[in-house]
Write a protein that binds this ligand. Structure first.
Ligand SMILES: [Zn+2]
Length: 228
């Protein structure tokens, strides 16, 4: 016979509540069936799970205005938790003024619908800092830079999300050690590895139980979704 607790958990599972607290949140990923925030491609159907949508700088074309209209419509869906990834990339051959214009358009839209922004940033952190006045939460995903850049972003109110690089990069592990846990997210992005490995590593770095870390990541998500 099942214990009372087992019955309660079983009922919650049926109601789909428990998945929010029992699974490891993957904050930004490209795998349609993973738990967390799926980065939707513009030509895809709206998924049944949670997702984000935005124009990645590398996907900017002369048709960006119509792509952006599409993003606006899709992002009104209840399952869309965030706008992005979008941002600034210093290594691609797209006019930087245009990149800034499009990034700003995403921010204005996110403010209007009160959803957080998942930022892609390559070599343009000082420019990204200028957007700190946005009235929604700003999360730099795939962060793999040095402590001083992390500190500047944290002081400006940004959140940082870490991926595969944090498993091996010691200086990045040091950044994680010093970041307030309320400003942290973990993600697989487009890498193929088990997110649990990253949770185990971070739980060791920050000396907190795995279970607490897991719950904190869901709390952080709740917080940014509530506050936009
Ligand atoms: Zn990505």
């Amino acid at each position: 016979m099942k214990s009372d607790l087992a019955v309660v958990i079983c009922n919650l599972k049926k109601l789909n509540f428990i998945s929010l607290t029992m699974d490891f949140l993957d904050f930004h990923h490209h795998k349609p069936h993973q738990i967390g925030i799926y980065n939707l491609n513009l030509n895809e159907e709206i998924p049944s799970g949670k997702f984000s949508v935005g124009l990645h700088p590398k996907d900017i074309t002369e048709n960006w205005k119509s792509d952006f209209e599409k993003i606006k419509t899709i992002s009104l869906s209840e399952n869309c938790l965030a706008i992005g990834e979008c941002g600034l990339d210093g290594l691609i051959d797209i006019d930087e003024k245009l990149q800034n214009e499009i990034f700003q358009a995403h921010i204005f839209w996110a403010e209007e619908i009160k959803k957080p922004i998942i930022i892609h940033c390559v070599r343009r952190f000082s420019q990204v800092l200028h957007y700190k006045t946005a009235k929604v939460s700003l999360i730099v995903h795939g962060f793999n830079k040095k402590e001083n850049i992390a500190q500047e972003l944290l002081e400006a109110g940004f959140y940082l999300s870490f991926g595969y690089a944090a498993l091996e990069n010691l200086s990045l592990q040091n950044v994680i050690k010093n970041i307030p846990i309320q400003r942290l997210f973990l993600e697989t992005d487009d890498s193929d590895f088990d997110i649990i490995k990253l949770y185990e590593k971070v739980s060791e770095i920050k000396s907190i139980p795995l279970e607490n870390l897991k719950n904190q990541m869901w709390e952080n998500l709740n917080h940014i979704v509530k506050n936009g």
